[in-house]
Write a protein that binds this ligand. Structure first.
Ligand SMILES: NC(=O)c1ccc[n+]([C@@H]2O[C@H](COP(=O)([O-])OP(=O)(O)OC[C@H]3O[C@@H](n4cnc5c(N)ncnc54)[C@H](OP(=O)(O)O)[C@@H]3O)[C@@H](O)[C@H]2O)c1
Length: 247
């Protein structure tokens, strides 16, 4: 594993699930990590205290609050003076059957689009000057299998993640060579992301996939690390981490 000593990373949604696993892997590789959280301040702090290395921080980073991203940019400029790695893992959904268009009302559609598409855009916009200045930076957007299958927890969620995928391509084209942009696109992962989805449901889903294994947050974090450390000639692509479920 390539060392990330001296690199600075921001992980949105670093307080739980895929984001928390990614924070740990980045810190183990030597990076100094800023853990973005929303309601999980205590979880974020417990994670920070357990990490190897020094200089890790927790920052409140609500997706619906662009000034928070701008404040983080100022803070990083004044302290670390650089940003090498941004992982957009924060996201939000609600399980709604696709045939139930009434429950997915306009307000909820907007909330889901904001959390999964505009939110990451706002964070990238605020942090881009620091990423560009690093000269060899990478942004990894945690998207979803729902983006290219039109499946997932509800119709707006798939649409929002598809938007995130196309933004990833647009930004990859616009901001190379200084910054690479990639998506990591999981299928169902063993986190609490989808309310009411238990381990039994995940195991049933996994049984119907070629690899017949439940995808764990660590599997997704490994793919994120691979984007950072190994896929250095790639930008504007998606890495699917779904046990082959899309096949
Ligand atoms: N789990 C899956 O099956 C699956 C599949 C495909 C893609 N994904 C994607 O993976 C990413 C991470 O999800 P996860 O599975 O790790 O779920 P998770 O454990 O529920 O983590 C979600 C994270 O997003 C943060 N968050 C939620 N709403 C936010 C808001 N309004 N502002 C800022 N942060 C907010 C949460 O922060 P707090 O905890 O601090 O509130 C938490 O850290 C998401 O983008 C999701 O779309 C997940």
């Amino acid at each position: 594993m390539m060392t990330l000593e001296g690199k600075v990373a921001v992980v949105t949604g670093g307080s739980s699930g895929i984001g928390a696993s990614t924070v740990r892997r980045l810190a183990e590789a030597g990076a100094r990590v800023v853990i973005g959280y929303y309601q999980g301040a205590d979880r974020a702090e417990a994670l920070r205290a357990s990490l190897p290395g020094a200089g890790h921080e927790c920052v409140s980073l609500p997706l619906e609050d662009p000034p928070a991203a701008a404040a983080l940019a100022r803070h990083l400029r004044d302290t670390a003076g650089r940003l090498d790695i941004l992982v957009n893992s924060a996201g939000y959904t609600r399980p709604i059957p696709h045939a139930d268009l009434d429950t997915l009302d306009d307000a909820l559609f907007g909330e889901i689009l904001l959390a999964n598409a505009r939110g990451p855009f706002t964070v990238v916009r605020a942090l881009l000057p620091l990423l560009k200045a690093a000269g060899d930076a990478v942004v990894v957007n945690v998207s979803s299998f729902a983006a290219f299958r039109g499946s997932g927890s509800n119709i707006a969620y798939g649409a929002a993640k598809a938007a995130l995928d196309t933004m990833t391509m647009s930004m990859a084209r616009a901001f190379g060579p200084e910054v690479r942009f990639l998506c990591v696109s999981p299928g169902a992962v063993a986190t609490d992301f989808v309310a009411g989805r238990g381990r039994d449901t995940l195991e049933k889903l996994a049984a119907s996939t070629p690899l017949k294994r439940v995808v764990e947050p660590e599997d997704v974090a490994s793919a994120v690390l691979a984007c950072v450390t190994h896929l250095r000639a790639s930008t504007g692509i998606r890495i699917v981490v779904d046990g082959g479920r899309h096949l």
